[in-house]
Design a protein around this ligand. Structure first.
Ligand SMILES: *Cc1c(COP(=O)(O)O)cnc(C)c1O
Length: 500
């Protein structure tokens, strides 16, 4: 199967090229030229499979230049019960009636990014073996917290890869910093920078595009690649769990009939997770509405309602920080699809976003969006009261991001009257990852103490067990103490790679 760029239909790539390069050279995103279809019969067959087999069957339809053995190996290295706590990998929990929670946070870093970042390194090394001839792939990441740790865990000790993560020294939580600085693995390094997240990101982009550095790397048989969320290799594994979730409830008796449609509710930031759900629908998964839930940074809610995307607005720091985003990069892939692969139009909208901060889509694209999506947002106050309400009434403890989704789903039910369609609410993080806000929501008052105290207090108050990776963190030994200025980042890369 071939891929092309959202900004230039004439730029074509194989799946290995798309994954190895991450982004198209003119700034567009790679998308598949066709979407494989899954019939009702196919779903019934997937129902009998385990998670790894479901992943293999779905991903193989997109990665036609990977061999069966390569994909088997990728899937089995990534989705193990040791790493994900059980062989369910992405378990479904019945919340009430016909509402389910799809828990995507049983991986090593307790957040949903593990679902993609555990397999991406294996896809990337297989891809690099095909298109870049045995070179070592060097991954540079700028992170504001979660992605850095998930990428480190994913790439840890993966052959022919090295990973360097830069984070803003004063811009991540103490637990996040400790998570990164205690990272195990022979091929990993972590460096704090004096600056904010934008400085880290700009620094990384400048290194990526610096010809002199690229040549030095090439001389050592290395080349850069990217693990960020616009890489097709991160999006594809996310399609799998929507199929898997649906198959898990097909036979439970909570559905009126086996091919019944479901709603999917996704707490959204960069639009990657919900885009994967849209692709699943396009491939034949019976989905009624895609419900896009945002926090106070409600740029997507406005866009879904009006057709105008406008990032010229205040940025809010919220208790669901992984959704504090004003530019949702993966939306570009949706617009490409809904405009009938009109690369010129997408290019125009993205240019306009860059120069004016906004764009407005055509009325037929907006009509399609209204057909497919519902958009809503929740404030921090609403998020906290939802955490409390869900815990008190259902005995279920959810994190702040998941609570945004629950809150917006309630608004959807009220506004549309659709209370009977079976619904899957996507849960993206363990509540212990955001113990501070979750504890305050459940107990009703802020508490003193450090994050580890709060993790323990939350467990004591709710009776919910602390996930092992968070439990172990407290005792973990700090391995990295590096701090540099943003100007020094290229030098830090050389040092960390042990090249002079
Ligand atoms: C990254 C993240 C999100 C947002 O997902 P997108 O794919 O960027 O929309 C939501 N919740 C958590 C916990 C995350 O880490």
């Amino acid at each position: 199967m071939n891929y092309c760029s959202t900004r230039d239909n004439s730029i074509q790539a194989t799946s290995a090229q798309a994954i190895a390069s991450g982004i198209s050279k003119e700034g567009g995103l790679f998308v598949p030229k066709e979407f494989p279809q899954f019939s009702y019969q196919d779903l019934c067959e997937l129902e009998a499979d385990d998670y790894q087999t479901r992943a293999q069957k779905i991903m193989s339809r997109f990665l036609t230049d990977f061999t069966f053995e390569e994909l088997t190996s990728c899937v089995h290295k990534a989705y193990t019960s040791e790493k994900f706590g059980s062989d369910k990998i992405a378990p479904m929990v019945l919340l009430n009636n016909s509402t389910y929670v799809l828990e995507l946070w049983h991986g090593p870093t307790c957040a949903f990014k593990d679902m993609a970042l555990q397999i991406l390194p294996h896809l990337l090394t297989a891809a690099a073996g095909k298109v870049c001839d045995g070179q070592t792939v060097v991954i540079l990441v700028a992170t504001s917290g979660d992605t850095g740790k998930a990428a480190l865990e994913g790439f840890k000790d993966v052959d022919k890869t090295k990973i360097l993560v830069f984070y803003p020294e004063d811009g991540v939580s103490p637990i996040q910093k400790h998570q990164m600085n205690t990272q195990q693995g022979e091929n990993v390094a972590v460096c704090g920078i004096r600056g904010n997240f934008d400085d880290a990101q700009t620094g990384v982009k400048q290194i990526f595009t610096n010809d002199a550095i690229r040549q030095i790397l090439a001389g050592h048989n290395m080349q850069f690649s990217s693990a960020n969320s616009i890489n097709w290799g991160r999006l594809l594994p996310q399609i799998v769990y929507y199929f898997s979730a649906y198959c898990d409830i097909m036979g439970t008796g909570e559905m009126d009939y086996k091919g019944e449609k479901v709603n999917i509710v996704v707490p959204t930031g960069n639009f990657g997770n919900i885009l994967a759900a849209y692709y699943a629908k396009k491939m034949g998964l019976p989905i009624h509405k895609l419900i896009c839930a945002s926090n106070a940074n409600d740029v997507l809610t406005d866009f879904i309602r009006t057709g105008t995307y406008d990032r010229n607005r205040s940025f809010y720091t919220t208790i669901s920080p992984s959704m504090d985003i004003l530019i949702s990069s993966n939306l570009e892939r949706l617009l490409y699809d809904l405009s009938g692969c009109d690369d010129a139009k997408v290019r125009g909208w993205m240019d306009s976003l860059k120069t004016t901060g906004s764009y407005t889509v055509d009325s037929d694209v907006l009509t399609a969006i209204h057909d497919l999506f519902y958009g809503g947002f929740a404030t921090d106050e609403e998020t906290k009261s939802t955490i409390k309400m869900v815990f008190d009434s259902e005995g279920y403890l959810c994190d702040t991001h998941t609570a945004v989704a629950v809150n917006v789903y309630e608004k959807y039910c009220k506004e549309t009257g659709d209370t009977t369609t079976p619904t899957i609410i996507v849960s993206t993080a363990s509540p212990f990852k955001f113990a501070d806000a979750v504890l305050e929501a459940v107990s009703g008052e802020p508490m003193d103490g450090d994050d580890f105290d709060k993790v323990e207090a939350l467990s004591a108050l709710t009776g919910v067990d602390i996930p092992t990776p968070i439990e172990e963190l407290k005792e973990a030994e700090v391995r990295f103490h590096n701090i540099c200025s943003k100007e020094d980042m290229p030098h830090a890369v050389m040092q960390l790679l042990q090249i002079d």
